[in-house]
Design a protein around this ligand. Structure first.
Ligand code: FDA
Length: 387
């Protein structure tokens, strides 16, 4: 059997590419259903894009690579598609757009788009071997039978390594290596931190607004203490910039100066303790956890300099994670197929005409908040329309 385009992976990027790749397109996936990550994303409502999408919200060895695709197929193009399919949506926070109903509507929309483009979809299909002699010869096993499909164009859209329990594999990286494309070492991104000795276990479930900073980037959002460490949107964002072994910085009161709070309380509530005053501004369990290191004197007896130092510590809490929860829970994979090997306009491999790589398999990773899907739509569109 011969097809013009064979797309490996019926996820967000693969389905988008299939909808635009034109005649004779086949999409294969080893899963039993397409778009499984879309289905479970955004708590079942899919945060499908972000109104504030811009290239500086993506991480890549080449920060310029994503610009072309993001500019040619924008968040507004995808919003128009969603609207054209009659899918109701809303902005939750920070430009994040979610379905009012269900993420399944986005999967169905992409299936309808693929059907309208007459693209075929083979599920429960595995890739055995790929050869290349002008065309791509791909041995596929489906329903116990192995057959070779030849294709003029081959699109790698099998995503990254995040959440192996959902079927994530390193297939795209292996095929890229077979064709001599470079790889930026993959690592888990948008992932909770773990700490030695489960030091935050007593705080599990406590959440507060914070500013979390790592690798020169900071994010003002909630931090959540977990049984094994830290999570919440601020932490997940910071994790993508974290360099292993380095400390992260947590500001426990980004909106309000704790030095001002403490010095004012010293005058107005001099007989109260530090813990009592701080419990008005921070979660009581967190104050209890931190207080053994604090002076026990009444506020009036604590020198101003000590109060200022303490406030400074709470605005710049330095914490060195032992590691992360890893691919088991990471929302994305950083790194991937090196963009230096790809044409930024088309996603085609410069040295292997006909071979394309899109979506999370490529070394482009977005922030939390709909950016990763937008990269899947934009890069999928760029490859599909180039074929
Ligand atoms: P994707 O992972 O979607 O698709 C890859 C496909 O390839 C899958 O269908 C898989 O089965 C298939 N495949 C893999 N290996 C294969 C093999 N060896 N053989 C055959 N097929 C194979 N992003 C966002 O913007 N907003 C959000 O709300 C969320 N929420 C979210 C929640 C959770 C729990 C996760 C894990 C991730 C998110 N994301 C997200 C990230 C987003 O899901 C992700 O970046 C995109 O799905 C990437 O799209 P791709 O098409 O590149 O890969």
């Amino acid at each position: 059997m011969h097809v013009n385009t064979l797309i490996l992976g019926a996820g967000a990027a693969g389905m988008m590419a299939a909808a635009h790749a034109g005649r004779s397109t086949l999409v294969i996936d080893h899963a039993k259903a397409p778009g499984e990550k879309i289905r479970i994303s955004g708590g079942g409502r899919c945060n499908f894009t972000n109104l504030g999408c811009a290239p500086d919200r993506f991480i890549s060895r080449n920060p310029h690579f994503a610009k072309s695709a993001l500019a040619r197929y924008t968040q507004h193009d995808f919003i128009a598609l969603v609207a054209a399919h009659g899918i109701a949506y809303h902005e939750k926070t920070l430009g994040q757009l979610f379905c009012d109903g269900s993420a399944r509507q986005i999967v169905q929309m992409l299936r309808d788009e693929m059907a309208a483009a007459h693209a075929d979809l083979w599920l429960d299909t595995t890739v055995e071997e790929i050869r290349h002699d002008g065309a791509f010869q791909v041995a596929l096993t489906r329903e116990g039978r192995t057959q070779v499909v030849t294709a003029t164009h081959l699109v790698l859209a099998t995503g990254g390594k995040s959440i192996p329990a959902m079927g994530a594999t390193d297939l795209a990286y292996r095929i890229a290596a077979q064709f001599g494309l470079g790889l930026v070492t993959p690592r888990p991104g948008l992932v909770p931190f773990t700490f030695a000795n489960d030091r935050f276990r007593p705080l599990a479930g406590t959440a507060l607004p914070t500013r979390a900073a790592a690798g020169g980037h900071s994010f003002d959002e909630a931090t959540l203490f977990t049984h094994r460490g830290l999570s919440g949107p601020a932490i997940l964002q910071a994790s993508s910039y974290w360099i292993e072994g380095e400390a992260i910085t947590l500001d426990l009161s980004p909106e309000k100066s704790l030095a001002e709070v403490l010095l004012a309380a010293k005058r107005s509530d001099g007989r109260k303790s530090l813990s009592t005053i701080l419990s008005r501004h921070l979660p009581a369990r967190l104050v209890q956890h931190l207080s053994p290191d604090w002076p026990t004197d009444p506020m009036a007896a604590i020198p101003d300099a000590t109060l200022r130092d303490l406030a400074q510590t709470l605005h710049h809490w330095q914490l060195t994670p032992a590691g992360t929860e890893g691919y088991r829970t990471a929302e994305v994979t950083l790194g991937g197929i090196d963009t230096a090997a790809l044409d930024a306009r088309t996603m085609e491999a410069k040295a292997v005409p006909g071979l394309f790589a899109i979506g999370e398999a490529v070394d482009v990773t977005g922030w939390l908040g709909g950016y990763n899907f937008q990269w899947a739509w934009s890069s999928g569109w760029a490859a599909g329309t180039a074929i």
